[in-house]
Design a protein around this ligand. Structure first.
Ligand code: NAP
Length: 324
C-alpha cells in the first residue's frame, strides 16, 4: 500500500467537519427537506481557505485532471459543474479530452502521463466510457494515490476492510447528508436500492461502518416494496425515475434520493417526491440534495491527495532522506 493511499481520509477533512446540518423549515405536515446546497457551500468556503493555505505553503495550486473519452452530452454538463467548482476554490481543472476512436492502451497511456505529472493531484475518469474501452483496464491504470473518487480496487478494498482510503464521493455524500442533518444511523434498519461499485455498494459499506443494519436491493430483488417498507432509512440509487412511490415507504422514514434522471427538460430523482412527501419524515430533494454535495466532497479528497503528495515530495528532498 502506498503511503498516500494509507494517509487518505475515510472521513472527510476539516472543511467538512465544520459544515453544519442545514434544512428548510417545513410546515407541520411537510417532511424535512435535507438540502445539500448549503452544506456544500460551507464545505467550499472551508476548501477555499485550505487550498489558499496549500498554495502559500507549497507554491502551487493543485490540479484535478478529468479524463473524458468521447463526447457525451450528460458528461459535458457535469464537467462544466466540476470545473466551475474547481475555479471557485482555487483548484486548477484540466480537461483531458480523448476521441472515442482510440484503443484502450492509448487511454491508459494518457492516464499514466497524469500519474507521473507532479502538478496533478487527482484524476477522475468520466463515465460512461465507449463500449470498446474496458472499464477495469482504465481503472487499474489510475495511481491509487490520485484516485480521488475511490474507484481503484485498492481504494475499494480499503473501504471494504474498514481502512482509510479514498471513498467514492457520491456514496460518501449520501451518508454525509444524513450525518450533517443529525440523523442517527446506528442501529437503524437501512435499505439501499442499487449495488453499483460507485454508489450503492460503497454507500452500503459506509452505512454499515456507521452501524446501520443494511439490506442491499437490486434489479433481481423480489418484491422490492416489501424491502423498502422495512426501511427506517432508505437510500435510492437505481437510475430509474420515480421507481419508489409513497406506498413503498414506511411512515416517518428518512429518504436519500441519489438518482438523477433527465426526463424531457426536467431532472427527476428515483423517488416520486409527490407521493413520498406525505409519508416520510425527511427527504433529499432532486435537484439540490446529494448532487451539490458530491463535487464539494470530491475536492476535499483532492486536498487530502495534494497534501499527502506534497509532503512526500518535501520529505524526499530533505537532506539525508533515502529514496527507497
Ligand atoms: P447504475 O450503475 O446503473 O446502477 C443502478 C443500480 O440500480 C444497479 O445495481 C441496478 O441493479 C439497480 N436497479 C436498477 N433498476 C432497479 C429496479 N427496478 N429495482 C431495484 N434495483 C434496480 O447506476 P449508478 O451509477 O449507481 O447511479 C445510480 C443513480 O445515481 C443514477 O440516477 C445516477 O444518475 C445517479 N448518480 C448521482 C450522482 C450524484 O452526484 N447525485 C452521482 C452518480 C450517480 P443491478 O445491479 O441488478 O443491475
Amino acid at each position: 500500500m502506498s503511503a498516500d493511499a494509507r494517509s487518505a481520509p475515510h472521513s472527510i477533512g476539516s472543511a467538512v467537519a465544520s459544515a453544519s446540518s442545514t434544512t428548510s423549515s417545513p410546515s407541520a405536515a411537510e417532511p424535512r427537506l435535507l438540502a445539500g446546497s448549503p452544506i456544500a457551500a460551507e464545505i467550499r468556503a472551508g476548501l477555499s481557505r485550505d487550498f489558499a493555505a496549500f498554495k502559500e505553503r507549497h507554491g502551487y495550486a493543485p490540479t484535478l485532471a478529468i479524463v473524458l473519452v468521447g463526447a457525451d452530452a450528460p458528461s459535458a454538463v457535469y464537467l462544466q459543474q466540476i470545473l466551475r467548482t474547481c475555479a471557485k476554490v482555487g483548484v486548477l481543472g484540466r480537461l483531458v479530452e480523448i476521441g472515442s476512436d482510440v484503443t484502450p492502451d492509448a487511454v491508459c497511456t494518457e492516464i499514466e502521463k497524469l500519474n507521473d505529472d507532479p502538478a496533478v493531484a487527482g484524476i477522475i475518469v468520466q463515465m460512461p466510457l465507449p463500449a470498446h474501452i474496458p472499464l477495469a483496464t482504465v481503472i487499474d491504470s489510475i495511481d491509487p494515490a490520485k484516485d480521488i473518487d475511490g474507484i481503484h480496487p485498492r481504494n475499494a478494498g480499503l473501504l471494504a476492510l474498514g481502512y482509510d482510503g479514498f471513498l467514492p464521493a457520491t456514496a460518501q455524500a449520501s451518508v454525509e447528508i444524513l450525518k450533517r442533518s443529525g440523523i442517527e444511523i446506528a442501529g437503524k434498519r437501512v435499505v439501499v436500492v442499487g449495488r453499483s461499485n460507485v454508489v450503492g455498494k460503497p454507500a452500503s459499506l459506509l452505512l454499515l461502518r456507521e452501524h446501520g443494519t443494511v439490506t442491499i436491493c437490486h434489479s433481481k430483488t423480489r418484491d422490492l416494496s416489501r424491502q423498502t417498507r422495512e426501511a427506517e432509512i432508505l437510500i435510492v440509487a437505481a437510475g430509474k425515475a420515480g421507481l419508489i412511490t409513497g406506498d413503498m415507504l414506511s411512515p416517518g422514514a428518512v429518504v436519500v434520493d441519489v438518482g438523477i434522471n433527465v426526463v424531457g427538460d426536467t431532472l427527476l430523482g428515483d423517488v416520486d417526491f409527490e407521493s413520498a412527501r406525505g409519508v416520510v419524515s425527511a427527504i433529499t430533494p432532486v435537484p439540490g440534495g446529494v448532487g451539490p454535495l458530491t463535487n464539494a466532497i470530491l475536492l476535499t479528497h483532492l486536498l487530502a491527495a495534494a497534501t499527502a503528495q506534497a509532503e512526500r515530495a518535501t520529505a524526499k528532498r530533505a537532506p539525508g532522506t533515502r529514496d527507497d
